[in-house]
Design a protein around this ligand. Sequence first.
Ligand SMILES: CC(C)(COP(=O)(O)OP(=O)(O)OC[C@H]1O[C@@H](n2cnc3c(N)ncnc32)[C@H](O)[C@@H]1OP(=O)(O)O)[C@@H](O)C(=O)NCCC(=O)NCCS
Length: 190
Amino acid sequence: MSFYAGLTDLPTLATERLRLRPLREDDAPALLAIFGNPDVMRHWSSLPWTSVDRALTLVQGLREDFAARTLFQWGIALADTDTVIGTTTLLHLDAANRRAEIGYALDQAHWGRGDAREALQLLIDHAFGELRLHRLEADTDPRNTRSCVLLERLGFAREGLLRERWHVAGEVSDSALYGLLAADWRRARG
Ligand SMILES: CC(C)(COP(=O)(O)OP(=O)(O)OC[C@H]1O[C@@H](n2cnc3c(N)ncnc32)[C@H](O)[C@@H]1OP(=O)(O)O)[C@@H](O)C(=O)NCCC(=O)NCCS
């Protein structure tokens, strides 16, 4: 099984308000505003970005990731302005076992509006639909309440805790592991 046979870039997925689309070089300032914010990066696996070059490196790297079908990262853009307000990612893709991990981050100005939930619903429909995945996983710091609430509202089950798994800037943190099965998603969505 291979993902996106014949495509040269990620497909764009859309709701009325949001668009998940490939990231471009001109998104770099918006990406720096997201990933340069220490509040957004509080529970991330790396430090806040400090320059726009980091964003450009990401965008270039994503093209290689797409070509190798190893990681898919979409920009979450507002449908009316096309401004990027976050990103969402499928990583650790395992075609044989039909699973992937999901990642997400939103500009802090957009927290508390249901935007992450809407974007992830779109991505999950795509992952279990077109990509025919069987299982999605998420790894989040158990202290990251917003992230845990988001996952639980989407129907992810908390399946385990891996202790002291990350070392970032001298701080050690745990991983709460979450899982969502395609059958549970379909049942919950009727
Ligand atoms: C994790 C993150 C994406 C969650 O964002 P969020 O805005 O809290 O998530 P949601 O989209 O589910 O929004 C939920 C909030 O919107 C409100 N809301 C408003 N309209 C809504 C709607 N139509 N549907 C759902 N929620 C809605 C909810 O009541 C809730 O409000 P609350 O914050 O007062 O409880 C965000 O905090 C973030 O980017 N964090 C930094 C990056 C990060 O840690 N990522 C995870 C790493 S594993």
